[in-house]
Design a protein around this ligand. Structure first.
Ligand SMILES: Nc1ncnc2c1ncn2[C@@H]1O[C@H](COP(=O)(O)OP(=O)(O)OP(=O)(O)O)[C@@H](O)[C@H]1O
Ligand SMILES: [Mg+2]
Length: 236
């Protein structure tokens, strides 16, 4: 990645995470389901965290809270220097646009937009100048090996190419923290390795904090912290 593609790492506070007694209880009708409960977490800037645990242990629940996609039921949470304990809708929207980049197992690209348009979208939503956003997205997509696919739609891409497009989209607003939920879950092993190597590059070369929830052991060699969840709690 060229230095123009991703600016210098944001300050430490914008790359760190603190959670105290973090709890998310889902209410489904009269039933309560524990997503996570009593999670304490302190992630300093520049870590590569691997989030492990059996299916249903709370990995996606935790990542959704860290990403500002969901609200906690109880506890305290600060991500990238922003207090997410009881945010307003506006605060959450701004937070999602600027503070974190999210990568999902199912890529979540918009099918009617091209690769370039998908990558640009968060910048345009944040009010960036379209020319600047296009240049930045082109640089990122070129770093990700997609410079000859800019005008293609997601349906014309392989899974690995779709995930690299999603990584460009996650990086376009220069977040200090990248959150990835099973980013290799729909990829063959070659593309899975490539995606993990890119996330590791973002961590090692560009000092971004990266949190990856995964069942795979591909991240292990790059991880600087391991957080294991069991039944919604940090496993001892
Ligand atoms: N929207 C929801 N409504 C009700 N219960 C939910 C909801 N989302 C998650 N849960 C429950 O919360 C618990 C944790 O789920 P979560 O999706 O966080 O697990 P996970 O570790 O990501 O699992 P997987 O490895 O299968 O992705 C599970 O019992 C799940 O059924
Ligand atoms: Mg999950």
């Amino acid at each position: 990645m060229q230095t123009t593609t991703t600016s210098a790492a944001p300050p430490d506070s914008e790359r760190s995470i603190q959670a105290r007694d973090l709890t998310r209880i889902y209410r489904v009708g009269s039933v309560s389901v524990t997503g996570i409960e009593g999670v304490n977490l302190s992630v300093p800037a520049g870590q590569m965290v691997v989030l492990k645990g059996e299916s249903g242990s709370g990995k996606s629940t935790l990542l959704s809270l860290l990403a500002g996609l969901d609200r906690l039921t109880h506890g305290a949470l600060t991500v990238a220097g922003r207090d997410l304990s009881a945010p307003s809708d506006t605060e959450l929207t701004t937070f999602r646009r600027h503070a974190v980049g999210m990568v999902f197992q199912a890529f979540n690209l918009l099918p009617t937009l091209t690769v370039l348009e998908n990558a640009c979208l968060p910048a345009l939503l944040a009010g960036a100048n379209p020319d600047t956003a296009h240049t930045k997205a082109s640089d990122l997509l070129s770093w990700l090996g997609l410079n000859d696919r800019l005008d293609h739609r997601p349906s014309q891409l392989s899974g690995g190419e779709m995930q690299r497009t999603a990584i460009a989209r996650a990086l376009i607003n220069d977040p200090g923290i990248i959150l990835a939920d099973e980013p290799t879950g729909n990829l063959d092993s070659h593309n899975a390795r490539k995606v993990i190597a890119l996330l590791a590059d973002l961590n090692r070369e560009f000092d971004r904090t990266v949190v990856v929830a995964t069942h795979s052991d591909l991240v292990d060699p790059f991880a600087t912290m391991v957080l294991a969840l069991q039944d919604g709690r940090v496993a001892s």
